[in-house]
Design a protein around this ligand. Sequence first.
Ligand code: ATR
Length: 279
Amino acid sequence: MKKLYAVLGNPISQSMSPQMHNDLFAYYNIDAHYHPLLVKDESLADAVKGLKAIGASGFNVTVPHKSSIIPLLDEIDPLAREIGAVNTVVNQDGKLIGYNTDGPGFLKGLNGLLPEIKGKNILIIGAGGAARAIYFTLAKAGAKNIDIYNRTAARAQELINSCSFPVISNAVSMERAEGSLDQYDLIIQTTLIGMFPNTGEKPLDLEGAKSGCVVCDIIYNPLETMFLHNAKKKGLPIQNGIDMFVFQGAIAFEKWTGIFPDTDRMKKNVLKQLGGTIC
Ligand code: ATR
């Protein structure tokens, strides 16, 4: 019987996951379909119950349900519990198990540019949901130091205080971040700064960054933000948000099917989807 997968969110029509996963199901000859489901806050519990009742094999969860879904599931993976957000659910013999593949997806996507996180000094810009998933994942992977610069410093400090993995962290101002940029091996931009239509904005000046420092932006519209453009001009290795998106999907696909999919194929699919809307 055809297996059912889905993504739950609101809004959902913009999601690139259905096309990406349906292409993989066809490519690997898996009799399955992945469907976008518009789910309002007040319907989330019913939607999860319904998916369980009809035996859906798994689903993704996106904004605004990543945290509120947690009490509705049977088991939560420890990293997802620590992050406080689930984006992937696996139906294992009738039990719904929640995972977070956003942080691990970022880490795996980074592998080509920075294979080892242990002992690294890192700066994260932003303290929202995406920053949280990345921060906990990198702390768990053994980063030595992860500083956070956020417009609202208190939110950065809260994020640091909530982490139980052993990592040295400070909530830093923009001035302090810019002044000590040469200590970082990796800088990750996780805010909306520079996203279409505000493509002229950047969160900080990369003048002081050391040679070889990897600069990431989780935005993919535009594919090259002003921040990444400036990093590239300085000769620094850069990565945009496509990798994190593709690799979170690849890890979810592996959890559902046991197959780690062809991420180059997935990237091509996503770039094709973005082709129509990218600025
Ligand atoms: P996400 O889940 O995508 O990370 P979020 O939880 O709403 O989204 O977090 C958005 C992040 O972008 C926050 O760090 C936010 O800063 P504040 O905590 O100060 O709100 C940051 N952000 C969004 N718009 C910004 C802007 N115009 N300038 C600076 N930071 C911005």
